[in-house]
Design a protein around this ligand. Structure first.
Ligand code: ADP
Ligand code: MG
Length: 433
């Protein structure tokens, strides 16, 4: 039940229960499916007349049938005669937001509040009730999706609006670079004059003083101009221990909305929807089985479905429970995310604004030495690498690694700031999964 023809047969099946056999024969006999692409079902019929009847009388019913099968909305495009289907060129000027819309966001109890708040922003950007909108929650639950959906919608409503999307860590990097290159003024202008400021993963700026200072001024000038700010984070401001208090107050001064892991109904709807967009129809049994097995994270659901599409293309078979199990095993890894030493190193290098070579090198500057100790400590705690392996990775012998680890263990007990730093960095690493 996977090919386009199968899907079309299901649609005809549903329509047959609502329409007379004569209607079906007259209007649908020479109507054929051409493609199912990016949320649009493309059909072909023989004459202009048939097309116009199909559009006027039956489009709604076809859409309803699609919704029944896939739990999501599709557009319908009907070609007639010798018209051919050419995929439309992409005119989205905000490429990084491509594909993240409100229409393809599945709403459930877990995210309905955040969804409504995001819609509220689109309706009334700059309104104090939703300014800033601060969306928080664990990784893979749709924060970036909602943030970009806001951008996409406002862009559609007001193509002239100046919209900036930036990740918290890129804000830091851009700022540092602009200071080095003597272009700090341009950097300031760039963000302070926008109508809509979308900041993804703000947690990355916590603990970085110069960045927080700059961000504070950027925030204020956008806010005071009555323009809209939307921020996402993997935790609420109160849990961002190293966040400047002035920023915390600002973040908490608008609307805060969390996204939670989806309940089983929402997971089933998401699975149907994602599979549908890839032109893959799963049986109810398989949908329920998947929803039962993948519980925490929408990104994982997507990963599993992508794998299944690949299996299907390889084997051409019906999706089975065994295939689902294999796909889950490949994607979820027993539910525990194990970062690589490279990821840990790169996160710490970013956090401390020192290079990876510095960390692996011999320099004795204070922040480099801290970064080095923390790298050893976190690799030990977050991966299964033995001390000798950590030593090889960091160009150190195993006794030196052990002494680094002990040092951090000691500091965590006595120094609140170190404990908070470790927690921040760990959380950043986990949000990279
Ligand atoms: P986060 O920013 O919270 O880590 P993302 O927004 O990147 O998560 O979501 C991860 C993936 O899951 C994206 O591809 C996104 O489109 C999808 N996703 C998350 N929540 C939903 C939802 N409610 N409906 C549809 N897709 C979703
Ligand atoms: Mg995100």
């Amino acid at each position: 039940m996977n090919s386009l023809q199968d899907i079309w047969n299901s649609i005809i099946g549903i329509l047959s229960s609502k329409l007379t056999p004569t209607s079906i024969k007259t209007w649908f006999e020479d109507c054929t499916p051409v493609a199912l692409n990016d949320g649009t079902l493309i059909l072909h019929t023989t004459t202009e007349l048939k097309r116009s009847i199909l559009q006027q009388r039956f489009e709604g019913e076809i859409k309803e049938a699609l919704r029944e099968i896939f739990s999501c909305d599709f557009d319908i495009l009907i070609l007639a005669g010798d018209e051919e289907y050419e995929p439309a060129p992409d005119i989205n000027p905000l490429p990084e937001m491509d594909g993240y819309t409100f229409e393809n966001f599945i709403v459930g109890k877990c995210n309905e509040f955040a969804y409504a708040a995001a819609k509220g922003v689109v309706k009334n950007p700059g309104n104090k009730v939703y300014n800033p909108l601060f969306i928080y929650g664990n990784s893979g639950l749709g924060k970036t999706h909602l943030l970009c959906a806001i951008g996409t919608s406002i862009h559609e409503n007001r193509p002239e609006a100046k919209i900036a999307y930036i990740k918290g860590d890129d804000f830091t990097n851009e700022m540092v670079r602009s200071l080095k290159e003597g272009t700090a003024d341009e950097f300031r202008q760039k963000y302070r004059g926008v109508d809509l400021f979308l900041v993804d993963d703000i947690q990355f700026i916590a603990g970085k003083e110069a960045t927080q200072e700059e961000f504070f001024h950027t925030f204020n000038s956008i806010y005071e101009a009555g323009h809209q700010i939307v921020i996402t984070s993997d935790r609420p401001p109160i849990d961002m221990l190293r966040l400047d208090d002035r920023l915390r107050t600002r973040f908490e001064g608008g609307m805060m909305a969390d996204v939670k892991p989806p309940d089983v109904e929402t997971r089933m709807a998401i699975i149907r929807n994602k599979a549908g967009h890839l032109g893959m129809q799963l049986t109810d049994e398989i949908v329920a089985y998947m929803a039962e097995k993948i519980t925490s994270n929408v990104r994982q659901i997507e990963g599993v479905i992508n794998r299944l599409t690949a299996f299907r293309e390889l084997t051409g078979d019906e999706i089975t429970r065994e295939m689902v199990d294999d796909a889950i095993k490949a994607v979820v890894r027993d539910g525990v995310y194990v970062p690589t030493p490279e990821t840990i190193l790169s996160e710490i290098s970013r956090y401390y604004q020192v290079t990876e070579d510095d960390i692996k090198g011999v320099g004795r500057q204070k922040n480099i030495v801290s970064a080095r100790h923390i790298t050893a400590y976190l690799i030990r705690n977050l991966t299964n690498l033995p001390l000798s392996g950590i030593g090889d990775f960091l160009n150190r012998d195993h006794a030196t690694v052990l002494s680094s680890i002990r040092k951090i263990e000691g500091q965590i007990k006595t120094d609140k700031d170190m404990a908070a730093t470790i927690r921040d960095i760990t959380s950043n690493i986990n949000s990279r999964q």
